[in-house]
Ligand binder design. Structure first.
Ligand SMILES: Cc1ncc(COP(=O)(O)O)c(C=O)c1O
Length: 362
């Protein structure tokens, strides 16, 4: 493809070109079935194979241990903000959250609709430029779980080591960094992620849940909002988003062919280092938003001396084929989202643009 943009969108985001091209070939007729996958019953053998293969690949690539269920649900990660307290909070227990930025705050506000919420640690006083240390964490004795946001997509911060919460289940929102590196799933009671950054198109949300947490919730919880409903039916209780799950499977095949979680980490660190080195060696022309120890390898956030200059950067970069570099409207500045599928060459091109922009405006 001649004019493929340098896509730095925060989500939905870049997908591997090979995956798109292969999906295009299979789009009208899947195999020799006489129809598109999108036209098939989710109860048929062809779709079921895709469904279980996607799950198996995810289990393999994330090294998900026995004793965890993998669910494909809908409603985005935002619906998980409600499902988690609805399913896991009990009378007399508290939901503990680590307040690290915009997405953690949304999860906290949603949980407050359903019960008692405690802030186990917060970096609000530091404008969410950093991830709190494990020592800062204060978990109430009656905590039902501790929730953290593995990667704050908007601020550009990321946990490097997850805290040990002992017998209290740890829950991770990994919407913007799932499979960007190997993780120890056994540290978590529940992991969730909207697919539209590292795993595929929007439309499916992955939930990895330890089986002992799939209990009947207290009170009246709608059938579709119970983990037990989806776990019991292998995510086939109702019609799943078949095309999104198929695409996630294709992306996972690409991840596997490119070195799995370790391969993704090497690729992502190379890209992130290129950008952070450019920022740090700019003599203050570019200023990274996140503190050094909390920098994300998925969303690189930075500022320029004035908003005027930031606007100019966004405008000129767009004219040169770079997409999605304007920071989120809530925090301003600039942001390059460099998820798994973003090719290192695109980051090299961006670094070239950044140096050129500085030479003209520094
Ligand atoms: C860390 C994080 N959590 C949650 C969400 C919300 O996801 P969704 O749009 O799938 O509800 C996003 C979306 O960008 C995100 O980045």
């Amino acid at each position: 493809m001649a004019n493929r943009a340098y896509n730095f969108n925060a989500g939905p985001a870049a997908l591997p070109l090979e995956v798109l091209e292969n999906a295009q070939k299979q789009f009208v007729e899947y195999g020799d079935s006489g129809m598109s996958l999108m036209e098939m019953s989710h109860r048929g053998a062809i779709y079921e194979k895709v469904h279980y293969e996607t799950e198996t690949l995810l289990r393999e690539l994330l090294a998900i241990p026995e004793g965890y269920k993998v669910l494909f649900v809908q409603g985005g990660a935002s619906t998980q903000f409600a499902m988690i307290p609805l399913n896991l909070l009990r009378a007399g227990t508290t939901a503990a959250y680590v307040a690290t930025g915009s997405w953690a705050t949304k999860a906290i506000e949603e949980a407050k609709l359903f019960g008692e919420v405690a802030i186990a640690a917060s970096s609000e006083a530091d404008s969410y430029k950093r991830i709190p240390s494990a020592e800062e964490l204060k978990v109430p004795g009656n905590a039902a779980y501790v929730h953290l946001t593995s990667n704050e997509t908007i601020e550009g911060t990321q946990w490097s080591d997850y805290p040990d919460t002992g017998s209290v289940p740890l829950i991770g929102d990994m919407s913007s960094d799932i499979l960007c590196r190997p993780i120890d799933v056994s540290k978590f009671g529940l992991i969730y992620a909207g697919a539209q950054k590292n795993l595929g198109p929007s439309g499916v949300t992955i939930v990895i849940i330890r089986e002992d947490l799939i209990a009947k919730p207290e009170g009246a919880v709608p059938t579709m909002l119970r983990y037990a409903t989806h776990a019991k039916a292998d995510s086939l209780y109702n019609t799943p988003p078949t095309f999104a799950i198929y695409m996630a499977g294709e992306v996972l095949k690409w991840v596997k062919a490119n070195g799995g979680a370790n391969g993704m980490e090497a690729r992502n660190r190379e890209k992130a280092n290129l950008l952070y080195d450019t920022i740090d060696s700019s003599g203050g022309f570019y200023r990274g938003f996140a503190e050094a120890g909390s920098r994300s390898i998925m969303n690189v956030t930075f500022r320029l001396a004035t908003e005027e200059l930031e606007k100019q950067f966004a405008k000129e970069s767009e004219a040169q084929g770079f997409v999605g570099l304007k920071g989120h409207r809530s925090v301003g500045g600039l942001r390059a989202s460099i998820y798994n599928a973003v090719p290192p060459e695109n980051v090299q091109a961006l670094v070239g643009f950044m140096r050129d922009f500085q030479s003209r405006n520094g």
